[in-house]
Structure formats: structure tokens, C-alpha cells
Design a protein around this ligand. Structure first.
Ligand code: PGA
Length: 227
């Protein structure tokens, strides 16, 4: 696990964008797993900037996300698909056809999840080239929340009253060739410390990242304050 400690959120965002940009320069047709939280907004803004400066192209890349919200279609503001279009796809040369998220409007979310895993299995190497992650203050990654048993495969998960998501399972996350995790703020510091050095436990799903051979953790000062 490589840990990059940055002074500010802006520096963290630039550093994360550099990781994604480097991936695209090496492999322009990369299959990129993204995350739609608050943390990566700065990273997306930096990626858009790099695109506008003519330094990277997204034209040949394919995009996935850690989850899609059940009940929301690609055009709905609350969907992850829309989030990625708003913050990256529509602001660059990325092809919207290459944005491959589960369909949150499907009447059969279980089969959407199975299809999502089949998509990853069918990739040239059977896995994503890179997955960008955030972390929850409880140590969750994606929608894989602390519990006794974690889901290996993509699954329909309840996030709250009337809120469900079709969520990528631990397998596809941990199989990605490279993981880049971004975190900022004091409320993430304990989860980050557990992730980096705590015992591996389903009570802190991010601890499983310790088993991955190529993880870059990019933190602002506050998120790094306990390591
Ligand atoms: P956040 O979410 O970026 O909105 O803090 C992180 C996460 O839940 O993975």
C-alpha cells in the first residue's frame, strides 16, 4: 500500500487525477471504475482541466461505477450515471456509450447485478484496469458496509429507508489491477488508520485493501492525521 499524504484537498485531488491520467496515457482504452461520492469531485475537476489543456483523452476509455441507485434512470439527477456525466463524461471527449452502469430502473436488479459482474468477467483481462475508491467513516468501500459477511459479487443493497443500490461486490473491486483511494477530512482519519494498519476484518471492509498488490492511498492532512 502506497500512501501519499497531501497538505490540502486540492493537492489530494491533483494527485488522484495524475494517477488516472497516467493510467490513460499508458493505456488509452482503459476500463476505469469510478466512484460518485463527494470526495472525488475535486479529482474530476482536475481531470476535466487536464483534458481541456490537451493533456489527456477519455475517448477510448470505458467507465463503470461502484454502484447505481435503484429506482433512478440515467437521466435522473440522483443517479450515479448522471453524476458521472455531469462531472466528467459530458465535460470531456468521453463517449457516453462507454458509461456502463447497471440500470437502476430495471425491474430485476439481481439480474442487473449479475450482468454487471459478467461485464467485468468479459474484460480483456477479466478485470478493471483501475478502480477509484472513497472510504466511509465506518470503513465502507463502495456500498460494502461493515457487517459479518461481505458480498463477493455485485448485489442489491439497502442503503436506508427506500434507498437501494446495485453495488459492485468485493471481488470486482479487489480484482482491479490498480486501486486508487482518496480520502479527506478528520471524520475519515480513524477508518484510514484501520485500513492501513488494522487487522483485516469485515467490520472495516477497507482493511481488505491490505491484500491488494497495487493500492495508492491519497490523503489530505486531516485524513492522514492518525497514521
Ligand atoms: P464521500 O463518500 O466521498 O461522499 O465521503 C465516500 C464513500 O462513501 O465511499
Amino acid at each position: 500500500m502506497r500512501i501519499l499524504k497531501c497538505d490540502t484537498y486540492e493537492e489530494m485531488s491533483r494527485s488522484a487525477a495524475d494517477q488516472v491520467a497516467a493510467q490513460l496515457l499508458v493505456k488509452p482504452d482503459s476500463h476505469l471504475g469510478l466512484t460518485a461520492g463527494k470526495t472525488p469531485l475535486g479529482m474530476f475537476a482536475e481531470l476535466v482541466k487536464l483534458f481541456r489543456e490537451g493533456r489527456i483523452s477519455f475517448a477510448r476509455a470505458h467507465f463503470y461505477n461502484l454502484e447505481e441507485m435503484v429506482g433512478w434512470g440515467p437521466e435522473d439527477e440522483a443517479s450515479c450515471c448522471r453524476y458521472l456525466r455531469r462531472n466528467l463524461i459530458d465535460l470531456t471527449d468521453a463517449d457516453p456509450k462507454n458509461l456502463l452502469l447497471p440500470n437502476g430502473l430495471s425491474s430485476d436488479i439481481d439480474s442487473e447485478c449479475a450482468k454487471y459482474d459478467a461485464l467485468f468477467d468479459a474484460l480483456p483481462d477479466g478485470r478493471l484496469d483501475m478502480q477509484v475508491l472513497g472510504i466511509g467513516s465506518d470503513g465502507h468501500i463502495g456500498c460494502n458496509r461493515p457487517q459479518e459477511k461481505l458480498h463477493v459479487e455485485s448485489h442489491n443493497v439497502r442503503l436506508g429507508p427506500d434507498r437501494y443500490a446495485a453495488a459492485m461486490g468485493m471481488r470486482s473491486i479487489l480484482l482491479a489491477k490498480r486501486l486508487v483511494l482518496v480520502a479527506n477530512g478528520k471524520d475519515k482519519a480513524q477508518a484510514v488508520a484501520d485500513m492501513c494498519g488494522g487487522v483485516i476484518t469485515t467490520a472495516v471492509p477497507a482493511t481488505f485493501l491490505q491484500l491488494h498488490p497495487d493500492v495508492t492511498v491519497i490523503l489530505d492532512k486531516d485524513a492522514a492525521s492518525l497514521i
